[in-house]
Ligand binder design. Sequence first.
Ligand code: PLP
Length: 485
Amino acid sequence: MILTTTRLKQGDEAQCCKFSDALLSPSSVYGGLFAPKDLPKISSKFFKKERSYEEFALKVIEKFSFDLDINSFKKAIKRYRNFDDENSPIKIKKISKNLYINELFHGPTRAFKDMALQPFGKILDELAKDRFEKYLIMCATSGDTGPATLNTFEKSKNVKVVCLYPIDGTSEVQRLQMVTSKGKNLKVIGIKGNFDDAQRALKTLLNDEDFKEQLLKENLNLSAANSVNFGRILFQILYHLYVYAYLLFSKKIKDDESIDIIVPSGNFGNALGAYYAKKMGAKIGMIKIASNSNNILTEFFNTGVYDLRNKKLIKTMSPAMDILISSNVERLLFDKFGSVRTKELMDSLNKNKFYELSKDELKELQNDFMADFCTDEECAKFIKECAKDSNLIDPHTATCFKMVQKDKINVITSTAQWVKFTPSMIKAIKNENIIDEKKQMIKLAKEFDAKIPKSILTLFDDKINHSDVVDQSEIKNTIIKWIKS
Ligand SMILES: *Cc1c(COP(=O)(O)O)cnc(C)c1O
């Protein structure tokens, strides 16, 4: 399969790109991204056969006919054996009639980012080694991409990582996961600003020729681990396909039944994975986009206007979704309306801070998507309700519950484990404040007979290895200085 660019001018020739090249160098012309032109189709017979996650994933990846050897993927997927259950990286739980939860947080950093970044890290590391190249991987994080990227490259000899996080934008556990990371190849930089500022800084650096030149002098190529990288999206298609297959082969749904998938969304990578899964043949009815009070996606899917004017980022209890510039929507626009129209819309967003779809275009999106949002109060209410049924649901996952429809089969995509957000959990369930996070986390876990991973408990006593906090204007120099040291 070949990837192609999301932005083109009328008359331009389409730019094609191999999977491995897009992985190593994810930006495309006119500031666009790479996206698949066609996706392989999966038959209902294939879905109905019972398979382990690993086997299923490899068989699906084979269908893409990427330019990489299937053995590279095999080695990459093996990383899932380090998750809680070596036989399956995900857990699918039935909560009530017609309601399932697809838990994607059983990896090393306790958020769904591990689902993609663990195999992605292995593939990228091997690619770099095979090509005798060294890479600097940059990531901007709203809380979970950072820890997952640092973890996946922790032992790499071919890859250095710089992680930018907004100092007031993450939970304490997320911050500790980053600033305590070991490994001389890792650099964590706090920036004054929010996630959109971090992501903007990242995009600017990716296109900064002087920066790239300076890195090349140190024998480093530049790439990014955010979901602007298609290499991540691939692994985020698989679990949506698998949840459908699982429900089918375990006879929880009938052949002709479809499922709705509810996704807590920020940068739209996870939801995009569900959309691609639907296109590949999984019987998915609606993909429901859940947001917090930063509800720009709710507005977009309901009105067709993506509008940044007069919007300010609000801090909520689901920080990984505190995003206004949702990068992967671009891939959806490209898939539905083509690269010329996508460039037009994205240019309008850059220039006028908004774009507007036509009525027909909006209708086209609404065939696949619905969207709604939860305020923090609503979120807290759902956390408390779930706790009454002995389920500890993290604040991101909680935004999904508003969109459950009783007469449909609903799959809620659970993106993080509650342990990353103890203060919000305690507030929602007990209406108490945090005095000692570790103690209160342990107490809550005992009460619910829940497990806390050791890696989270030890964080509170680990040494802080990264204390840099810089202005946005200093990011570039800070990185160069570190590279040269
Ligand atoms: C990253 C993240 C999201 C948002 O996912 P996108 O793919 O960016 O839409 C939601 N919840 C959690 C816990 C996350 O870490």
